[in-house]
Design a protein. Sequence first.
Length: 361
Amino acid sequence: MRVAIIGAGAIGLGAAAYLCKHGHHPILWSPGGKRTEELADGAPLVASGAITGEFRPGVAASCAEALAGSEAVLVALPGNGHRLVFDAMAPHLTPKQIVLVSGHLSFGALYLAKRLAERDLVVPIVAWGTTVTTGRQRGPASVNVNNLRKKVDIATLPLSDSARGLEVCRTLFGDRFVPRDDLLAIAVSNLNPQNHLGIALCNLTRMERGESWSQNENLTDAVGRLMEALDAERLAIAAMLGVAVRTIREHYSLSFNVPPGSVGEMARRMHERGDVTLGPTSLDTRYVLEDVPFGLVSTARLGRLVGAPATLHEAGIAILGAVYGRDFAAENDLLPALEFGNLRLEELRRLSRDGWTTKEG
């Protein structure tokens, strides 16, 4: 299957390596262009870790070129780039295609569906609760894939296309996908923002000093307790919405193949067996710059909407905003475009099942 991959960072390159290895034909498009220069010049994509080998994905010079002839489109870049690429994709998508959003945040699927409805067009959009791969980019044409997740929660918009969404995901990336109720379930399924808040907040000086440090070694029992308290807020929101989601303990056990326990205990076991995931070495990290405005802010707004305020999430947004000297809530460009503050819960429920009505619908 020909798959356009929008984004050429660690997740995009990891997905390209996986798809090449399994007989598919990925086409990479980097919005800035620099990340794919070496690949476009003929360098192979070198993958190490959970996926090894040299691969030769295609490279497109434009979004339109990447989408042309592709059966599926995988959006694999940080949330702060989603609106930009959704706007680039919207004029070129066709009803025969399907969009997969790796690491869905801030109801981005609704934004893209709204843009497509302006064209009287419905294209299935599959929102993933997290990414299939984890890892780090080693260079412009090199990626280390740390892990392949065993379970990834998904929901398709509109819900009537769920069977097609699940089939395409499994065809491309294997039998690891778990269908959830709807887009609202996915909105509270992505644990990365809350987990990265705990890790970043408790290791800020390491990040600012550029130290080399292991996340698992420094995810102590105290940090784990903070992350579990944040998780309790997310679970309370899910309960108010009536949707089923994984707990942080289930997530760690399934994602990292470690026996269940407290988060601190599981991190300790991972460190003892030699799992070394290095933490951010700069304040310029997606753990904050993506996950606060596009993850924590969305969860906090949803908590207020359903009557389950996420006060720890809100405190984290405020503290990191003070540390960085930035208004992270104002940096979210998806929620305002959806007029999220004016949406009633029942309207949000309907949109999360059915999407936007086209002029013809």
